[in-house]
Design a binder for this molecule. Structure first.
Ligand code: WT7
Length: 650
């Protein structure tokens, strides 16, 4: 791969950036040589009610224990709001851009303070206490951020559930963390289409009740004004509630290791895991990465297009930017509504300087044609970013040439829900860029590649990506199941955090993430456990068995390919196919919609009954010339049938 084009850091960037390459190398060396000293210094970027004296206390072996700044006291909402008020009370904290281009709103830091305090007081009034779990199921409106910040103000733990998830998925998450308070809206609005959030919440609460988790209160924000069900005594309107409480609420003094939020994410097995992040280390890490990765300056208008339902929204719409006193743009809509120019029109309208989105959006907009971009100015842009999945070099080059007019550096940021913040990334003034590479580790991050037996690979190599030591933003546990945390992340390769990603390191020490090596697929930047889709399929009464794999998809990155075996006596039909798609959407949500379903009278299994996914992946990729060894199969003939009826024939 020596013919990869290198985009060198431009001289003006070298000169003016917060971090140039010399600084990067120096700081990086310090950060791994003496993490206590390095993070002891940078931990002070946030305000502490009581300063920490201990910095790092972490172990990746045995029971695994991660503590940062453990004797310090702080508060996230204080850091994201109050400490800015003196200097920038009248500065815009949140620019809200509605689904409809004529709908927008600006919220200053003073206003943010009032709204968050009022909501915090509403939570208190209804008996929500420090440590309680609050579920937030909201559209992309500022009230979603108020809700998160209000929780942090009083020390409640939020669990934000993406608005695209089904009532079943919402219920599962409510039950897992025993959350008895839900904040939602009547409806969401995306691409002109309403999303029935309150109705979904009502259904979810019924489902949760069957598992003996009773939701006592539902706080409802009026977004569209549509009619929804209403349970007297349980449901209350946000606008009524906030009007009747005080506009001031003292921030709770939180220990650095007090839980901040739970965010559910799919793994390779079973139900989603509640990834738990804590207070101090998380905020230090996301604010620091937000500043240096995006070369963020005072006064910049910063826009991350993610949804607050994902970790990207937590760390880089809400917490990182607000901790830095930034103006953060929250977008309710979608990239192609009303037209494929929307992103760039919003960039021009609000003079966005830093723009952060997902490769799937870039690919979709690239497909819509350059004219949608070229008719806009985009001259405010200074940094472009991507996140969520590998970006193919063609899409990278298009982003660089057409969107950035070859002037704007791109930061391809690799990280995970579990990592809290960005781990491998270019810094715009320091890193020469190669299209498709996330380049080098951020300060304090020590990547390592290992082979399947755990042997450490040096130099130029391909292997499984591990991180050998702790950084302040990492997850602390799986909520309610520490054993699962240890087993999932620290047992495959003893004493190392295993990411689940495959990765290549080139001759310049640059990292190239190649995608998941476990049974997790990445569909439009959304992470999906194949096991979850399988269990949704087999919960259909006509399905006896299912196996799900990913296959390369031009826009989505990966598509969902399902092999389904029916109950004896059931007949395959197009109607059943449609029914199965609808069933999976109902069980999980639209993001899990199968792209291809193949009726499979038999699945390829070993004699011990294990499904050989390697073979299923190959067939789904239409690459069955390279099936490898099939001699261990119990019945090699099933493969011929699967090949003959494959759904991705080229
Ligand atoms: C998985 C994590 C991190 C926020 C959004 C996704 C993939 C993420 C990149 C990137 C290649 C990437 C990995 C990772 N991924 N960023 N820049 N290049 N792959 O968070 O849902 O927890 O998914 O997304 O496979 O493991 P997530």
């Amino acid at each position: 791969m020596s013919d990869v084009k290198i985009h060198r850091v431009k001289p003006e960037w070298k000169k003016n950036a917060l971090i140039d390459n010399e600084t990067y190398l120096k700081w990086y060396a310090e950060s791994v040589k003496n993490p206590d000293k390095f993070w002891g210094k940078h931990g002070k970027r946030i305000d502490w009610f009581k300063p920490y004296t201990k910095v790092k206390n972490t172990s990746f072996t045995g029971k695994v224990s991660i503590k940062w700044f453990e004797d310090g006291l702080t508060n996230v909402s204080y850091n994201c709001i109050d400490r800015h008020l003196k200097k920038r009370g009248n500065q815009t904290a949140i620019i809200w851009e509605g689904d409809n281009p004529y709908d927008d709103r600006k919220v200053t830091y003073n206003e943010l303070h009032e709204y968050v305090c009022r909501l915090a007081n509403v939570l208190k009034k209804h008996g929500v206490k420090k440590g309680d779990r609050v579920t937030i199921y909201m559209p992309m409106i500022p009230e979603a951020a108020y809700a998160m910040l209000a929780c942090t103000r009083i020390g409640a733990i939020h669990s934000v559930v993406f608005g695209g998830f089904s009532p079943d998925s919402l219920a599962g998450r409510i039950v897992d963390c025993k959350s008895t308070f839900v904040i939602t809206a009547d409806e969401g609005l995306r691409g002109g289409k309403p999303i029935p959030l309150k109705d979904n919440t009502d259904k979810a609460i019924e489902i949760a009740a069957k598992s003996k988790v009773k939701v006592d209160k539902v706080l409802v924000v009026r977004r569209t004004g549509s009619k929804t069900g209403w349970v007297e005594g349980r449901d209350v309107w946000y606008h009524d509630e906030v009007a009747s409480v005080k506009p001031d609420c003292k921030p709770e003094k939180m220990k650095a290791e007090d839980p901040l939020f739970i965010l559910y994410t799919s793994g390779s097995t079973g139900k989603p895991k509640g990834v738990l992040h804590t207070t101090g280390g998380y905020l230090v890490y996301v604010s620091m990465t937000h500043q240096y990765v995006f070369d963020y300056r005072d006064g910049d208008i910063y826009w991350c297009t993610a949804d607050v339902g994902w970790v990207t929204g937590h760390s880089y719409i809400v917490y990182g930017p607000l901790a830095n006193g930034a103006t953060t743009l929250m977008f309710e809509g979608v990239p192609n509504y009303p037209s494929a120019s929307r992103f760039w029109e919003v960039v021009d309208k609000h003079k966005v300087n830093i723009f952060y989105t997902a490769p799937t959006a870039i690919r979709a907009l690239m497909g819509a044609g350059d004219s949608h971009v070229k008719k806009t100015s985009r001259k405010s842009l200074r940094v472009l970013g991507t996140v969520g999945e590998p970006i193919n070099p063609e899409a990278w080059e298009w982003y660089f040439k057409v969107v950035g007019d070859k002037k704007v550096p791109i930061v391809d940021t690799w990280w995970q829900t579990e990592t809290g913040g960005i781990l491998i990334t270019p810094l715009p003034g320091a890193s020469d860029l190669k299209a498709g590479s996330a380049t080098r580790p951020f300060f304090g991050v020590q990547p390592e590649l290992v082979d399947n037996e755990g042997k450490v690979l040096e130099g130029t190599a391909s292997g499984n990506l591990c991180i050998t030591d702790s950084w302040p933003g990492m997850m602390r546990t799986v909520y309610g199941d520490h054993d699962r945390f240890v087993k999932t992340y620290f047992s495959t390769y003893k004493g190392k955090y295993f990411t689940g990603d495959g990765c290549r390191r080139d001759q310049d020490g640059y990292y190239w993430i190649t995608g998941r090596v476990d049974d997790v697929i990445n569909v439009s930047g959304h992470r999906m456990g194949t096991a979850e889709v399988e269990s949704a399929l087999v919960s259909h009464d006509k399905v006896s068995e299912a196996a799900v794999v990913g296959y390369p998809h031009d826009i989505k990155g990966q598509g969902i390919y399902c092999y389904v075996t029916l109950m004896a006596g059931e007949q395959w039909s197009d109607d059943l196919r449609k029914d199965l798609v609808a069933h999976v959407r109902k069980e999980i949500g639209a993001i899990a919609s199968p792209d291809k379903i193949q009726f499979a009278p038999g699945l390829p299994k070993t004699r011990s009954g294990k499904i050989m996914r390697r073979i299923l992946r190959k067939i789904a990729e239409d690459d069955f010339g390279a099936l490898g060894d099939t001699s261990t199969l119990a019945d090699p003939h099933v493969v011929d049938d699967l090949i003959a009826n494959r759904q991705n024939k080229r």
